[in-house]
Design a protein around this ligand. Sequence first.
Ligand SMILES: [Zn+2]
Ligand SMILES: [Zn+2]
Length: 159
Amino acid sequence: MSEQLSEHFEKHELECHGEDCCGHSAPVSPLLLDFLEEFRDEVSQPVMLSCAFRCGTHNTAIGSDSETSQHPRGTAADILLLEGGWTVDHMGEVAEKVLDNNSIFADIHGGIGLYEWGIHVDVRHVYEEVTAETVATVAEDRGNSADEGTIARWDDRDA
Ligand SMILES: [Zn+2]
Ligand SMILES: [Zn+2]
């Protein structure tokens, strides 16, 4: 039986999917769980994750940069396209609303990426990306400049 991490999410949904690395660990941020619960509430249906925590080994194995990816920090989740006529754009809007409207996310500089398969959301802290280099990387990852707003289309490389 999988351990319950929050009201609606079990450990197996958020754990690392790598087979020979961390033993399916799931050290995710409580804020990420808060986000997912609120997002689930807003969309009024179960939310399927394709990926949340990835340990550094697994992250590197799938070709993601562990320096910039939020998944090895336990602050990111990839949410699959919702059933019932949802678009990724609409999902992105709901995610942005959740991050903007709750004071527990006041210190969070959320990253939202829109993809064919769904959306990437992370609850990174502003102070984690204050170096010029990181800001530039994040901006580049998002395919736009850092001050163009939260929602961006990223390519799959950094999902
Ligand atoms: Zn792992
Ligand atoms: Zn992601």
